[in-house]
Design a protein around this ligand. Structure first.
Ligand SMILES: Cc1cc2nc3c(=O)[nH]c(=O)nc-3n(C[C@H](O)[C@H](O)[C@H](O)COP(=O)(O)OP(=O)(O)OC[C@H]3O[C@@H](n4cnc5c(N)ncnc54)[C@H](O)[C@@H]3O)c2cc1C
Length: 474
């Protein structure tokens, strides 16, 4: 029997006494308000648990986190750590018998060191709020998920978040120097370092990044900062007859040793859905005239001192493979070209519940992965509008359906996508994580020996299996 099942089966008396003990230790940080419990049943994955958790503890300090975990450990009660709940893999979804440990209220910036180009933050700070505080110093925390205005830095680290700028500025893994982490039994650990270099012992900071709440609770992060790019930003919006041509152009731009800050592909289906949305949306960016356009879209943005030269070189590559490019350094026009990509999520959500998939392949395999998506669409009779962070080979094929439960047929098509990505030397998830939604395919990528090794590592950190049971490695 899993620990989660034991706690879930704890019965009303045991559950009430656990809540009473939490209240005695943590006071009004604990809530059993049905609306708050209900909100913890879902994230943004389109998935929702069938039952509500026991209690939500909104920690205000490391001490609160330690107290919660000590009580949970003593009673062997599962703990689901939660940031802003914007995850797309079901990682922060909680069910009956589980304690939700929210870190959103731990949102202070503890230090900004301009000399060392680092910041020390609590996990609940919103990514964009940190960057707003860094801007006057000419510095920047580079991980840039499209959810930066609503997701926490702790959640970004726990998922290993990516975003639009990774090919040039790196993923979250490259931006974390050290962490303070509370383990399952309440022990506080300091991992990593403040120095640029540091190779003492095993790299447990790296192990925590992308661990999705299964190894410990991140209560503080020392993050690496980079100088804000200077100079004029150039933006290219390019149209192609089909997505293979757009993917060929993006692969050729990378092969030409160009490193755009942004390089995004929108396939034909997705471009049509965005066009329809922008023609009716009240908040559509002015100048975004997609109505008459047909085909696949490639968005390229260059920044830094060589921005203009790089943009001209990228345009030459685009035109050499048959693309039609618009190029601008005007911020308003650049924003309008970017708005096309930004409109994708709201445009999809206007059609129903959205399952956003997240496979990554080597960049040179992008055209073949798009061909596989077309094949799978035909085989399963399901449209799969797709956008891709083309600079790093990360594709987001999307499925739209009615209701809260992903239909079996959609999972079958998604399973075929995962197999195709693996066959091309890719991976099940480039940035969203495994959570609940992809755990059944984990062994296909890792193999049984590595899966066992990873489960053994999880057991060392969390011998009772109380941290986010049922997710990732379970
Ligand atoms: C519109 C939209 C756009 C998005 N765009 C991107 C994108 O471009 N790139 C990208 O990578 N993701 C994207 N996401 C997904 C999501 O925003 C990221 O995964 C984000 O990092 C999650 O942060 P969060 O604070 O919401 O974490 P949550 O959703 O609350 O939690 C996510 C996981 O992290 C764990 N966790 C959270 N906080 C902690 C902590 N303090 N300690 C230990 N574990 C913790 C949870 O247990 C869970 O497993 C997008 C989501 C939306 C809705």
């Amino acid at each position: 029997m899993s620990v989660g099942a034991e706690a879930g089966d704890a019965g009303p008396g045991a559950a009430a006494s656990i809540v009473a003990e939490l209240r005695a230790g943590l006071g009004d940080a604990c809530s059993t308000d049905p609306a708050i419990l209900d909100a913890a049943r879902a994230d943004k994955s389109g998935h929702r648990s069938t039952t509500a958790p026991l209690v939500v503890v909104t920690a205000r300090s490391i001490d609160d986190v330690q107290r919660t975990l000590r009580i949970a450990h003593r009673h062997r009660v599962p703990v689901v750590t939660r940031g802003a709940g914007t995850g797309l893999a079901g990682g922060s979804i909680a069910s009956e018998g589980e304690i939700v440990l929210s870190t959103v209220a731990m949102d202070r910036i503890l230090e900004i060191s301009v000399a060392d180009e680092l910041a020390v933050v609590e996990p609940g700070i919103i990514n964009a709020h940190l960057n707003a505080a860094l801007e006057p110093h000419g510095l920047w925390f580079a991980p840039d998920p499209a959810s930066k205005a609503i997701s926490t830095v702790g959640g970004n680290i726990a998922t290993g978040a990516g975003g639009l700028l990774c090919a040039k500025y790196g993923v979250t893994r490259e931006a974390v120097l050290g962490l303070r982490v509370v383990l399952a039994d309440g022990t506080l650990m300091s991992l990593g370092h403040r120095s640029v270099k540091g190779v003492t012992g095993l790299d447990l900071t790296a192990l925590m990044i992308g661990s999705e709440g299964t190894l410990g609770v991140i209560v503080e992060a020392t993050v690496k900062l980079v100088p804000l790019p200077t100079g004029t930003t150039w933006t290219i919006g390019a149209w192609f007859a089909d997505v293979q041509a757009a993917a060929t152009a993006s692969a050729a731009i990378t092969a030409a040793r160009l490193r755009p800050a942004v390089m995004e592909i929108i396939d034909q289906r997705a471009a049509e859905i965005i066009g329809e949305y922008l023609s009716t949306a009240v908040d559509a960016a002015p100048g975004t005239a997609l109505g008459a356009r047909r085909g696949a879209y490639l968005l390229v943005q260059t920044d830094g001192p060589a921005s203009e030269v790089d943009a001209a070189a990228a345009r030459t590559v685009i035109e050499s493979v048959g693309g039609t490019a618009e190029l601008t350094s005007d911020p308003r026009e650049g924003e309008a070209l970017l708005a096309v990509r930004r409109a994708f999520h709201p445009a999809m959500e206007a059609h129903g519940t959205v399952l956003i998939e997240d496979v990554a392949v080597p960049r040179s395999a992008l055209p073949r992965m798009f061909a596989e998506i077309t094949r799978i669409e035909g085989e399963y009779g399901i449209p799969i509008p797709t956008v891709a962070h083309a600079g790093d080979g990360n594709l987001h094929p999307n499925f739209v359906f009615e209701g809260d439960t992903v239909p079996d047929r959609v999972w079958e098509a998604a399973g075929a996508l995962f197999q195709a990505a693996l066959a091309l030397g890719g991976t099940l998830t480039g940035e969203h994580g495994i959570g609940i939604l992809k755990k059944r395919w984990l062994g296909d990528e890792l193999g049984s020996e590595q899966l066992d090794l990873q489960r053994g590592i999880k057991a060392v950190f969390d011998p009772l299996g109380i941290l986010n049971p049922g997710k990732v490695l379970t």
